[in-house]
Design a protein around this ligand. Structure first.
Ligand code: NIG
Ligand code: FE
Length: 420
């Protein structure tokens, strides 16, 4: 990448994530050129960043031949965006319910009447594996167009093993074969079917689904990186969530916890998250002060999902309070049939305007901290020598335009590089 006006490095000074109040200046190191004839460059080899700096640097002269040069004149370079919370494997969109919601219907009201997640589950069950894979790949392409280079993808529209297994096969195939972005896969216990109660389902997940998943992971048929539960009043309560998470932790080597917490009702589930060593908890619209305090002393990341809170007109998560108390914060799109948004630049804009993050905080939350929430911070989330060359080349001399110019991504995102 040659000739950039700005390279936005997120310098973590050896830290794997950034926490707390406005991590700007110190951590958002912005390389700029001082003379017009200088050129800012990033060199990558076999997908790994080898050099960041000016072409007048003696280090740079070691690189004598290039297979490919990307012209970044008048552009800025930011790290590839990391979207740490999405639900992209399904059929059955909810355009009709969107209309109902605009007319005043509530999310849980629709869900309890058999719509919502249940509607999507019905269509996902009926869909063939191939159909699900095709629609997933299309969606992954869309994430990528908006600058996402690493995405977490959840299952969860099966609610029983056969369909969950189908979704996990689709995700495993995408993780192995889709090259335009990298994927972290999540098994999600998402809802209770109308003909079951949550206790029966919890038992089925713990006694049948997780052991089956473990076998398939061990035989390398499935790749699953995280376990998630929709811990919510009327779905899985805190004790049931804990049983599911613990079972996965105890039986599947290396699996990480990352669950839906405190979205619609305050269930105080962050205490359990911290105790079990969750990598992250998502939503947090209803997080309490004592949970914020606990989180700030832990390495559990708070993932905020601004579109969902806006679309559902929820109370907003207390983002400023969380940052001021020293929590580690990340951002996700929560792409799903209820919150149909692929665009992390839009998410960053909402995080700034609606949740009052600074632009620097939003970028850190959408890159390094998001990578940390997925356990990939050693290789992703910032522009550093030795990390994967996941880069977004923004067609503007000021990187902040990616946040400021709402909906202008197709003009602004010139190149998205994944693994170089
Ligand atoms: O994160 N809260 C639960 N899950 C999703 C919604 C999924 C759906 O409605 O299909 C969320 O917002
Ligand atoms: Fe979600």
């Amino acid at each position: 990448v040659y000739g950039a006006s700005q390279i936005v490095q997120i310098v973590s000074n050896g830290e794997k994530y950034l926490r707390g109040k406005d991590p700007k200046i110190k951590n958002l190191k912005i390389l700029t050129k001082h003379q017009p004839e200088q050129n800012l460059c990033i060199v990558s080899e076999n997908g790994i960043i080898k050099f960041i700096g000016l072409d007048t640097d003696p280090e740079f002269s070691k690189f004598t031949s290039f297979d490919q040069k990307i012209d970044a004149q008048n552009c800025s370079v930011i790290p590839g965006l990391v979207d740490c919370h999405t639900h992209p494997v399904w059929e059955g969109d909810r355009i009709n319910e969107f209309k109902m919601k605009l007319e005043g219907a509530g999310y849980m009201e629709i869900h309890e009447a058999g719509g919502g997640i249940h509607f999507t589950v019905k269509h996902t069950k009926e869909a063939s594996e191939d159909q699900l894979y095709q629609s997933l790949v299309q969606r992954l392409d869309n994430f990528s167009k908006f600058g996402t280079t690493f995405v977490e993808c959840k299952s969860g529209y099966g609610l029983e093993w056969e369909t969950e297994h189908k979704m996990l096969r689709v995700l495993t195939k995408a993780k192995r074969e889709f090259k335009s972005l990298s994927i972290s896969n999540t098994y999600l216990a998402h809802a209770v079917p109308k003909d079951k109660n949550s206790e029966e389902l919890t038992q089925d997940i713990v006694e049948n689904q997780i052991p089956k998943m473990r076998e398939l992971i061990e035989s390398n048929e499935l790749q699953v990186d995280n376990i998630d539960v929709f811990c919510e009043k009327g779905v899985f309560d805190v004790q049931q969530t804990e049983r599911i998470l613990k079972k996965a932790l105890d039986s599947i080597e290396g699996i990480q916890i990352n669950f839906h917490s405190d979205e619609l009702f305050p269930l105080n589930s962050v205490e359990m998250a911290v105790r079990l060593g969750s990598k992250a908890v998502s939503h947090l619209e209803e997080i309490s002060d004592s949970e914020i305090d606990l989180m700030s002393k832990s390495e559990t990341v708070g993932i905020l999902l601004p579109t969902t809170a806006i679309i559902m007109q929820l109370k907003r998560p207390p983002a400023r309070k969380m940052l001021n108390c020293g929590c580690i914060m990340a951002l996700g799109s929560d792409f799903n049939p209820n919150a149909y948004c692929y665009a992390m630049p839009m998410i960053m804009n909402y995080a700034c305007v609606d949740l009052r993050l600074s632009m620097n905080e939003a970028l850190v939350a959408a890159t390094l901290n998001s990578a940390f929430a997925l356990g990939v911070e050693e290789s992703r989330g910032s522009i550093e020598v030795g990390k994967c060359a996941d880069l977004v080349i923004v067609d503007s001399q000021r990187w902040e335009n990616i946040i400021y110019q709402i909906g202008a991504h197709s003009n602004l995102i010139k190149y998205v590089l994944v693994n170089g």
